[in-house]
Design a protein around this ligand. Sequence first.
Ligand code: UDX
Length: 437
Amino acid sequence: MRISVIGCGYLGAVHAACMAKLGHEVVGIDVDERKIFELSSARAPFYEPGLEELLRDVQETGRLSFTTDMSAAAGSDVHFICVGTPQKKGENGADMTYVDAATMGLLPYLAAGDVVVGKSTVPVGTAARLAKLVQDQEPTAHLVWNPEFLREGHAVSDTLQPDRFVYGVEDGSEDHPAITVLDDVYATPLASGTPRLITDHPTAELVKAAANSFLATKISFINAMAEVCEAAGADVTRLADAIGMDDRIGRKFLNAGIGFGGGCLPKDIRAFMARAGELGADQALTFLREVDAINMRRRTRVVELTRELCEGTLLGKRITVLGAAFKPESDDVRDSPALSIAAQLQLQGAVVTVTDPKALPNAAKRFPELHFEPELHDAISRADALLVLTEWQQYRSLDPYALVSRVNSPRILDGRNVLDPGKWRAAGWTYRGLGRA
Ligand code: UDX
């Protein structure tokens, strides 16, 4: 099939490459010339494992191209809208500027029978509004809402082998004509057994908001338990292991630590609350305000614990922050709890050095006032305290015996509860975890 993908960020670039991998002829379109230049040269404009190899692989077939020219969408049967919906400045709601601009820009190039597929995370009601624009322009075209659930760091495999597909169509009926078109697009994963659910437009939009809210709630739940564990002298990691063995609960997303960040969960729960308010259902989501508050409290807690670790004062203390990305295997620093903590420590008088295997260029753009050191051993050298804030494998496997003589004071705060406290203490370190006695 001929496919256009509008928006080539974390979602769109991966989607375009994966659709070409599935055998389709794909054009990726974005207004950002630098991104298009990089992608056209088979280089990923951000770090995502496997993406660059995939880009090289599919570009050799000639099935994948990139452009800034929206008219390249003409002639495609299916058009995916993959642009971002960031948080509005000074408000909780989602900024729909890019989704609206992408749709308006696409309208003149729609032809009879085309299918426009929304993948961006949007406030419920958006699909109905956009469907009207599409049908006013081309009465035989359809709009399907097909939310994306990919995780950064696993984006390629999540796109090629997702847990499920959700197709939201106007009437929610199983024999809507757009369904067979989307089935052809996803023929390979469907053939291997990926389930697909047909819903109406608002249900499909809400599936995404609900899924992200549930994940955020799960993380804040365990972080709330961490607060209680600290007060009671208990260990939240053992607690998570034990409750996670109940398969109604499950162990995934029960890692207590510095909380969730990134370009999705924080802004999506806020946009969901804002939209529920507009719909008169705000009471239903007031618990998400608490989820957000618990999450933000983790950052303050880490600053306080670091002060305790440094004998009551941060002034002049050399603090090394290991990890700047919001999670490992990503260079994304949007709403990164690690960087937010680093900045707080610096504001309170500490001398902060931040290191990360991939995210330093992005981190330096966002927080130019911080000191960044790409070499792990140089970053650690002469530190008064180490803080593991993003659980990259190289930090999980640090050798406490080898490091003890490189630092000023052997103190470590494990913001992700990924180190073995017994081993670090045996090597002479003062170890603090989160929610661990
Ligand atoms: C999330 C959703 O998982 C994905 O389905 C959606 O499409 C986009 O948003 P992503 O932002 O890539 O994906 O990251 P995710 O793996 O969900 O992690 C989010 C944050 O939660 C990270 O900061 C991570 O460190 C944190 N986290 C995750 C925890 O603190 N504890 C956990 O147990 C799991």
